[in-house]
Design a protein around this ligand. Structure first.
Ligand SMILES: [Mn+2]
Length: 303
């Protein structure tokens, strides 16, 4: 057991430097936003719980502005961050940290300060945070996994899901796509969509389209979903909420509720819990943070 751990150990020197370089009185943009509603009494009704994952802060693909507008519109009593929030893998390769990414971190910490119970379950891309499991920093609890009890008494396992990669035989598309090709697809997607926006066309995800088109990808997704649900059942739980495969879902698998909150690079999705325990997938429209007509978020309700 090491008595102390420095971010440099995980190759995160630049991240540590950036965090230390923040002056203590650094302007905290989201704090000054009159639209914010994080306090116990807000204009908007608070949700009981919000679940997000796979934000990938530190990568150009991260849709931080969309996430900020989503968080503003969805104040909650509890917030679960289900892994791959900060992409340590990409940051080690190439430093990328724009203001909007900082704003997301500030927004989350502010929420914790205002009394929201924030739980962070690290994933594989932010596995450096697994060194902090069992600790609390800035009001955020870092845990390996969690059990969330819904308002109607269901016990749900909260876990990122990367541990299931090893047990899935048909996980070929991950190796096939690879991190770099995936990045390229996301960049292509950005260009394609700025062109579509100029033509007045709605947002469309290229990489999502590709993934859904590839049969082995679907195979992989089905295997993953089944494996996670089976493990939740084995643990005597009613269901599971995970992330990792960037595909929002909510359905019954053999009597176990399988929920995936999706991601904030492609699908811009989250899972929210109402005060009666009802769970819903929220699809947040891209471009919501930009000026222009504001579309209403689509909410697909599932029992
Ligand atoms: Mn992951």
């Amino acid at each position: 057991m090491r008595s102390s751990w420095a971010p440099e150990d995980a190759g995160l020197g630049p991240l540590a430097a950036a965090l230390q370089a923040q002056p203590p009185q650094a302007p905290d943009a989201p704090d000054d936003d009159p639209d914010d509603d994080d306090g116990p009494v807000g204009r908007r009704p608070h949700l009981r719980t919000v679940f997000i994952s796979d934000v990938h802060l530190g990568t150009p693909g991260c849709q931080a502005k969309a996430l900020l507008s989503f968080l503003k519109a969805h104040p909650s009593d509890r917030l679960y961050l289900i892994g791959d929030i900060i992409d340590g893998w990409q940051l080690r390769r190439r430093w990328y940290w724009p203001q909007s990414h900082n704003d997301v971190v500030q927004k989350i910490l502010r929420r914790a300060r205002k009394g929201c119970k924030v739980v962070f379950v690290p994933g594989n891309h932010d596995e450096f945070a697994r060194h902090f499991i069992g600790h609390k920093f800035g009001g955020v609890d870092v845990v390996e996994d969690a059990i969330h009890t819904t308002a109607d008494g269901r016990q749900l396992w909260v876990v990122h899901g990367d541990h299931f990669d090893g047990v899935i035989q048909y996980a070929k598309w991950l190796a096939y796509l690879g991190d770099n090709l995936y990045e390229l697809t996301l960049r292509l997607n950005t260009h394609l969509n700025s062109l579509r926006a100029r033509l007045g066309l709605p947002y469309w995800s290229l990489s999502q389209y590709l993934k859904h088109r590839v049969k082995s990808a679907l195979n992989y997704v089905l295997q993953f979903e089944g494996a996670v649900a089976a493990e939740a059942r084995k643990r005597g739980l009613d269901g599971v909420i995970c992330g990792h495969i960037h595909r929002a879902e909510m359905r019954d698998i053999g009597g176990t509720l399988y929920c995936n909150d999706g991601d904030w690079v492609e699908s811009l999705t989250a899972i929210v819990e109402q005060h009666d325990g009802r769970l819903e997938i929220v699809h947040w429209p891209a471009g919501h943070a930009q000026a222009g007509p504001v579309a209403q978020p689509r909410a697909a309700a599932v029992a």
